[in-house]
Every structure is written in C-alpha cells, then in structure tokens.
Ligand binder design. Sequence first.
Ligand code: GLP
Length: 241
Amino acid sequence: MEVKIVNNQDEAGQIALEIFEETLDHGGRVFGFATGSTPETTYDAIVKSDLDFSKSIGINLDEYYGLPSTHPQSYAQFMREKLYAHKSFQNAFIPNGMNKNPESEKEKFDQILENYPRDLQLLGIGVNAHIGFNEPGTAFDTTTQLVDLTDETINANKRFFESIEDVPRQAYSMGIKSILDAKKIILMAFGKEKASAIKAMIDGPVTEDVPASILQQHPNVTVILDHEAASEWDYPNERVI
Ligand code: GLP
C-alpha cells in the first residue's frame, strides 16, 4: 500500500485525478466508482478536467435494495448528478436495486465485471471498515451479493435520508473478490470517524472482521487520507508499506 496524507479533500481529489489521468494515458478504460461523500472532490476534479472518458466504461460498487434508480438517494442518481451528467462515458453499470431476484442480479453483475475488467477502482471506507457494502464478516471470496446492512452502516448513512426508517436495510454490492480483481485501487478516507477503521486496515491483521484489511494483499493500492483519518495510525509524513 502506498499511503498519502493530504491537507484537505480538494488535494485528495487532485491526487486521485492524476491517477485517473495516468490510467487513461496507459490505455485503461474501465473504471470502478464509489458513492458516499468521500469521492465527491474526485468527481468534481474529473468534471472540471479535460479528461476524455468517451471510450470508457464506469461500473459502480453497489446500490440500495428497493430504491428505484430515480430515487434521490439511489446511487444511480448520485452518479448521474456528480459525474455522468457532466462527463460522457461509453457505458455505465450499477446494480439494479429494484431486481427482486438476488440470484439473477448476481449473475448479471458478475458477468458485467467479467466482461469489463477494471483498470482502476475507487473506494471509500465505512466506519466499520466495510468496502462497497461488504460488512465485517463477509468472506473474502465473495462476488456480487445482496447484503444486510449493519446498524452501524444504517446509522452512518441516515444523514442522507429524512429519517433512519427511510434508510434501506439491504443493498446489492460487488463482493470483496470482485473489488480485488481491479488492477489498481484508490481508497480515500476523511475525518476522525474513519480513523480506527484506517488503523485496522493498514496495520491490523488481515481478517474478515475488517473487510478493508484484505487490501494489504493487493499489489497496487494507493490510500489517500486527511490528517484526521490518519490520526490513529502512527505515520511518518508519507510512507510506502
Ligand atoms: C457507503 C458506501 C461505501 C462508502 C461508505 C462511506 O456505505 N457503500 O462505498 O465507502 O458509505 O461513505 P462516506 O464516503 O459518505 O463516508
């Protein structure tokens, strides 16, 4: 893992932008995208840039189960607002939260991931160290699945909804194996509430109790943190581990 500490989220967005640019320059065309507030400055930077994604494919990590793509809090809507309305892509995929048949959604999304191997995957991290919506205890060899969200995650995401009752209890998510299949991964985290997850991810044992800890075994991961997210990790200014 290469860990970079930045002063603010805009700086993080710029570093991520450079990695997107480098990936495109090297012929990469399939990008895995994340939602949540963490990647917003990256999307802003991409939108303001002159990078050309018109021959690229975007694939999202996850989607709430039971939300139509037009719902204001669906991840499909988030992606349209933050990225796709401003940058044209050749094609974009996201799990269909309205598919009531988890087996068929799994089959369909796994096939998409197989057809389009990702050159770069952007990730945030949950307060409990989940990646995508793969909660603690998820097996490392999972592909797409319907997951039950933990109370911690429901609580953390309630800020986007009118009340906690409105937060969906389940979601479709790329599995951990699917995430690891990406050639390169950027994980970003900001704020104190992510600090213990970050410490466990970087320095803790690789365990299914800490889903992000598996990233220690991926050959090409860049972690971008603000000082608060890095505050529980005893770090030098920048280090490669
Ligand atoms: C959700 C998403 C994750 C994201 C996490 C953190 O649970 N499924 O992909 O990383 O939230 O969100 P935020 O960036 O808003 O802190």
